[in-house]
Ligand binder design. Structure first.
Ligand SMILES: Nc1nc2c(ncn2[C@@H]2O[C@H](COP(=O)(O)OP(=O)(O)OP(=O)(O)O)[C@@H](O)[C@H]2O)c(=O)[nH]1
Ligand SMILES: [Mg+2]
Length: 245
C-alpha cells in the first residue's frame, strides 16, 4: 500500500530467469502484488517468479502486448506499475513516481529513459525511437520523448477507457497514444528515469520491431485496427471515483 492505494506491479516475461532476481533484489515493500505474465518461457522464469511470491499468469500467444494484456487483466491494485522483467527499470523510482501521481493528481505517467543509461545506448535504438516519436507527432499531433518505454504508472480505471489492439511490441506506443490523447479524461505526464543494462538476452528485434511499430502507427491513425475489448470493464469496479477521491 502506498498512501492508501493498493499497488500492482505487472511484468511481461519471456525467458527472464536472469532478470527477475534483479527486479526482486530491491523491490519496495509498498508493492502489494506482482503479476508475471509468462510468455512461453523455456527457462525457469515461472518457477523463479513463484519462489519470489509473484502471481504467475500464462499467455501462450507470443508477444509483448499479448503478455501485457493477460497480466493487466489479472491486476487488482488501484494503481498499476509496469516494467520489463530484465532489471533495466529501476525499482527505487516506484515510490517517487507514485508520489508525483498521487500528490499531483495524475492518472497516467510514462517514463522517459532517453537521457539516462549507465552505458551508451545502441545508436540504432536511439534513432529508431526518435523516428517513432517523430511519426507520433506527425500523425497524432502530440509529443512524447520516449514512445518505446516500458515503464508506466497508472490508475487501474484508466484501462477501461483504452482501445489496446496490439499483441506485439507496438503495445508500448499504443498505450501512450490511447492514454495521452484523452486529455479531458486522463491526466498524463512523461517523467525522466534511469535505465540500466538488462540482465539476460534482449528479445527486441530492432529492424523487425521498428518497422512493425512504424507501420502500426499508420494503421492506428487511419482506423485500420478496429476495437479491442477493454481490459477492465467500466462497470467492474467503481475505481474512478475511488481513485479520484
Ligand atoms: N520482445 C518480446 N518481449 C516479450 C515477449 N513476451 C514477453 N516479453 C517481455 O517484454 C519485455 C520487453 O522485452 P525486452 O527484450 O526487454 O526488450 P527491450 O526492453 O526493448 O530491450 P532491452 O533494452 O534489450 O531490454 C521483457 O520483459 C520480455 O521478457 C515477446 O514475445 N517478445
Ligand atoms: Mg527490456
Amino acid at each position: 500500500m502506498y498512501k492508501n492505494h493498493r499497488i500492482s506491479l505487472v511484468m511481461p516475461c519471456y525467458n527472464e530467469e536472469r532478470g527477475l532476481p534483479e527486479v526482486y533484489r530491491d523491490l519496495p515493500s509498498i508493492v502489494d502484488e506482482v503479476i508475471v505474465a509468462d510468455n512461453n518461457s523455456t527457462d525457469r522464469t515461472a518457477e523463479i517468479a513463484r519462489q519470489f511470491g509473484a502471481i504467475v499468469v500464462t499467455e501462450t500467444k507470443q508477444g509483448y502486448g499479448a503478455a501485457y494484456k493477460t497480466g493487466l487483466r489479472r491486476a487488482t491494485g488501484d494503481i498499476i506499475v509496469t516494467m520489463d522483467g530484465d532489471g533495466t527499470y529501476q525499482r527505487n523510482f516506484i515510490p517517487i513516481l507514485l508520489d508525483v501521481m498521487i500528490d499531483e493528481g495524475f492518472d497516467f505517467i510514462t517514463c522517459d529513459r532517453t537521457g539516462h543509461k549507465d552505458k551508451p545506448s545502441n545508436w540504432l535504438r536511439v534513432f529508431g525511437n526518435d523516428v517513432l516519436n517523430l511519426f507520433i507527432w506527425l500523425l497524432f499531433w502530440f509529443r512524447v520523448r520516449d514512445s518505446q518505454s516500458g515503464m508506466w504508472v497508472f490508475r487501474r480505471w484508466v484501462l477501461s477507457h483504452l482501445n489496446l489492439t496490439s499483441d506485439g511490441m507496438a503495445f508500448s506506443e499504443e498505450i501512450k497514444l490511447e492514454a495521452m490523447s484523452k486529455k479531458a479524461l486522463i491526466r498524463s505526464n512523461e517523467l525522466p528515469i534511469y535505465y540500466k543494462e538488462r540482465h539476460g538476452v534482449s528479445k527486441l528485434r530492432i529492424w523487425r520491431d521498428g518497422f512493425y511499430n512504424l507501420f502500426f502507427l499508420f494503421r492506428k491513425r487511419f482506423g485500420m485496427l478496429g476495437k479491442a475489448p477493454p481490459l477492465v470493464e467500466p462497470g467492474e469496479l467503481n475505481l474512478q471515483k475511488e481513485a479520484k477521491a
